[in-house]
Design a protein around this ligand. Structure first.
Ligand code: SF4
Ligand code: SF4
Ligand code: FES
Length: 321
């Protein structure tokens, strides 16, 4: 089979194609194949790897546009996923600046991790003598996030980063903000929560791609939701993001049970901001996706009473947690 690798030499992009026999692929991981190419076919190929045990996070790359942890990806399973093709394409992670071939620049991500202060300050009741204990439930709240190995697979797939990275941090940064903010041993969640709010917490588009690709089963998307709930509970309930969330709930409970697109836009962004989006609104109306008469309300959906009962039951259960 052929493996095409996207290359970059610091000034220009190009691609290299390597022919591999079945024997050269059989029983190997994607990382072993990359090492074989470098050691036996092309010493100029650059990539990063260290532990070979899915611990250090250094070896994530994209195959056919999707991110994988190379040392944790068996070639036979990878090829089966794509219907055993004759050719696959390996590229550096998306949404990172490429330094050389499959090596990407982590400096901006490290800067973002610094912003959310990933280490915690213990509550005053803890001490070296007494220890710094937490219950099983408290540990479970953050255990999964401790498994993040900073591989970048989630960031590579993030649709918000792809659309505009200027006001958004990598999904794993929010994972670490969550881990620190929700740790029961922490004196104060605010040093972690506030920078998350200030750096795009409400900009996530909830596409779930981060959760789909994480080799450790972490959902940055779910952690972002929990951080948003914490933000509202701490009084950060003003602005487009919280207004948007509130508008959803209003439509479901006080409204018809169906999202009211006309009112949603007005409540989230206000009349003035929406004046600049009249062309988008006109296109949505022409496509039959928005009815301007819905500004006056809509008929309740069938089973609206039951929906309200379910939401109220969920709220009651959440308040007891
Ligand atoms: S859910 Fe949010 S953080 Fe995750 S990939 Fe989508 S936009 Fe990015
Ligand atoms: S959250 Fe998952 S995909 Fe993202 S960096 Fe951490 S381990 Fe990798
Ligand atoms: S080499 Fe360390 S995670 Fe793959």
């Amino acid at each position: 089979m052929k493996i095409i690798i996207d290359r970059f030499d610091g000034t220009k992009k190009y691609e290299s194609t390597y022919e591999l026999t079945n024997e050269e692929i059989k029983g190997k991981t994607l990382l072993t194949v990359l090492f074989d190419i470098k050691q036996k076919k092309d010493a100029t190929l650059n990539f990063t790897a260290s532990c070979r045990s899915a611990i250090c996070g250094a070896c994530a790359v994209r195959v056919n546009g999707h991110s994988y942890l190379a040392c944790d990806t068996k070639m036979n399973e990878l090829l089966a996923e794509y219907g055993n093709p004759d050719t696959i394409r390996i590229s550096p992670l998306g949404n990172f600046k490429v330094i050389s071939d499959l090596m990407v620049d982590w400096e901006p991500s490290i800067e973002n991790l610094r912003k959310i202060k990933p280490s915690i300050t213990a509550k005053p009741e803890f001490s070296a003598e007494k220890g710094c204990k937490q219950s099983q439930k408290e540990y479970d709240k953050v255990a999964l996030e401790w498994d993040c190995i900073l591989c970048g697979a989630c960031a590579s797939e993030c649709n918000k980063l792809e659309a505009d990275a200027s006001d958004y941090m990598q999904p794993f940064v929010f994972v670490h903000a969550y881990r620190a903010a929700f740790d029961s041993r922490s004196k104060d969640p605010m040093p972690h929560l506030k920078p998350a709010i200030d750096n795009g917490l409400w900009m996530c588009v909830k596409c779930q791609e981060c959760a789909d690709r994480c080799p450790k089963g972490i959902s940055a998307c779910a952690d972002i939701t929990d951080l948003r709930i914490m933000a509202i509970q701490k009084g950060f309930n003003e602005g487009m993001g919280p207004d948007h969330a509130e508008a959803f709930l209003t439509d479901l409970v006080d409204g018809s049970g169906r999202l009211n697109e006309v009112r949603l836009a007005l409540r989230s962004e206000g009349v003035i901001k929406n004046m600049g989006k009249l062309d988008i609104a006109a296109n949505l109306m022409l496509a039959g996706k928005m009815n301007p008469l819905h500004v006056f309300g809509e008929e309740d959906i069938e089973g609206h009473d039951d929906l309200v009962k379910m939401i109220n039951a969920a709220r009651k259960a959440a308040s007891k947690e």
